[in-house]
Design a protein around this ligand. Structure first.
Ligand code: UD1
Ligand code: CA
Length: 463
């Protein structure tokens, strides 16, 4: 038994996507289509992996930084899937094992399906194994043609098919296993006499059938696994199918999803047991949610790290933040990159925090902006407090100590520091450092004009 080579075809532009982005870079579950295919193959532990690229090659390489640079094979002109496979077969040199070829736009094929295909191919000692599926509506796919004995005799693309061939409901999934020797010979023999004038990879089946090669098939039943993404509608269908799988997995692991249909969890996310997630929640990127958290609903979390027992009330947007145990946030709060909230911090409604650390037990309950700030423990930030961090040229930091009381409607003009245990009177504009334990007040003193109202009204009535 020889080794295994993998070829992924990803050089096409994906015209039907009508997109400036190469098709294989469109995201599914937050991950490019191509990465899904690469991950599915990784479990087979192949000796070589080659990815055929052409359209948007620079962007594709950039989006897949983990891929060994030696994997990329250039197909300068997109002359068809057969031509793409030939470019890669050339790069395989005199490799003599089996070669698995996958369409880069069939993203949800499972690793275990590939293993099953490999086992069937090897145990039957075949030259070629095709993955096939039976569809009620096969439109758009290549149809598998079989002879009277049921042997595969070829594949015909829909646009080249006769009416009778179109009626065939067995489709070519776009997943092929071939022995390297057979593949090289078959690819060398391809022609482009078809409606598109392209070299078609599925034509290797007809080549083999004509030479009595051993050809077989494996059937894939699950539509999620065999559907290709050609346009946006298929992409949305896949997204929905993936969402269902991912959500089911998290529910099995002890997470309550109140409305799985409106819960979106990216592939890179993890969630702890007994966490409850309300409707319209998006957990994206590398978000980590601990155990016993409550996310009430309408949350949009990207790369957020929530420890255990965190409570996000309705409508919270978060990007690149760290929240320790017992933190509560919202409703209607915005935590931007670089926010670190220590244990039991409370961030309330209409509060924005950016690039700031907030010490244990500190509260900012209403209507505040805390930017570029180091905030101590057990302090209270009054309603309407603003850190004025930007002078039109640079950002400056505000430092606030432990047990500080910042009165409502305070502005802290950075750079500025407030010492431990200080009090700031409501309505102050703080431009100078406040010593520890001091009261700082910057507002004008209040005065009263006794009896002023009677005189005022009398003057008005006369006029
Ligand atoms: C292909 C199959 C069809 C099958 C279907 C399954 C051919 C001719 N047809 O059709 O039988 O039912 O997939 O989804 O193969 N590519 C290149 N270089 C090229 C052309 C394409 O790398 O010159 C890549 C594309 O980027 C894509 C893959 O090959 O990832 C398939 O190409 P696509 O044009 O989508 O083929 P389909 O028409 O879907
Ligand atoms: Ca396709």
């Amino acid at each position: 038994m020889g080794g295994l080579g993998v070829i992924i075809l990803a050089a096409g532009q994906g015209k039907r996507m009508r997109s400036a982005t190469p098709k294989v870079l469109h995201l599914l579950g937050g991950k490019p289509l191509l990465s899904h295919v690469l991950d599915a193959c990784a479990g087979l532990d192949p000796d070589r992996v080659l990815v055929v690229v052409g359209h948007g090659v620079d962007r594709i390489r950039e989006a897949c930084p983990g891929v060994d640079p030696a994997c990329w094979v250039m197909q300068r002109e997109q002359l068809g899937t057969g031509h793409a496979a030939r470019c890669a077969a050339d790069a395989l040199g005199d490799f003599s094992g089996d070669v698995l070829i996958l369409n880069g736009d069939v993203p949800l094929v499972a690793g275990r399906t590939l293993s099953r295909m490999l086992a069937a191919h090897r145990s039957a000692g075949r030259d070629l194994t095709l993955a096939v599926a039976a569809l009620a509506d096969p439109s758009g796919y290549g149809r598998v043609l079989r002879g009277p004995g049921g042997d595969i005799v070829g594949v015909v693309e829909e646009r080249d098919a006769s009416d009778a061939e179109r009626a065939v409901r067995e489709i070519n999934v776009g997943l092929y296993l071939a022995s390297a020797g057979f593949l090289r010979a078959a690819l060398a023999a391809l022609d482009n006499r078809n409606d598109q004038g392209e070299y078609y990879l599925p034509d290797i089946a007809a080549y083999g059938a004509g030479r009595e090669a051993r050809i077989g098939s494996v059937t894939i039943d699950d539509p999620r696994e065999f559907r290709g993404v050609n346009g946006r509608e298929e992409l949305a269908w896949m997204e929905k199918a993936l969402q269902k799988d991912v959500n089911r997995k998290w529910m099995e692991r002890g997470v309550t999803l109140k409305d799985p249909d409106s819960t979106y969890i990216d592939a890179g996310v993890t969630i702890g047991e007994d966490t409850v997630i309300g409707p319209n929640s998006h957990l994206l990127g590398k978000t980590v949610v601990g155990a016993r958290c409550r996310i009430d609903g309408s949350a949009y979390l990207t790369n957020a790290r929530l420890a255990d027992g965190v409570h996000l009330r309705f409508s919270v947007v978060m990007d690149d933040c760290d929240l320790e145990d017992g933190v509560s946030v919202g409703p209607f709060a915005h935590l931007r990159p670089g926010t670190v909230l220590e244990r039991d911090v409370h961030i309330g409604n209409f509060v924005e925090v950016k690039n700031s650390s907030v010490g244990e037990g500190t509260k900012a309950s209403h209507l505040s902006y805390i930017g570029d700030t180091d905030l101590g423990r057990e302090s209270n930030i009054g309603a309407g407090t603003i850190t004025c961090n930007y002078d039109g040229f640079a950002k400056h930091r505000t430092t606030i100590g432990d047990r500080v009381q910042v009165g409502s409607d305070t502005q802290l003009v950075a750079p500025v520091a407030v010492g431990d245990d200080a009090y700031i009177g409501a309505g102050s504009t703080i431009t100078k450092d406040v010593p520890a334990g001091a009261l700082a007040l910057s507002r004008a003193p209040q005065r009263h004009v006794d009896g002023w109202v009677d005189g005022y009204r009398a003057r008005k009535r006369k006029a």
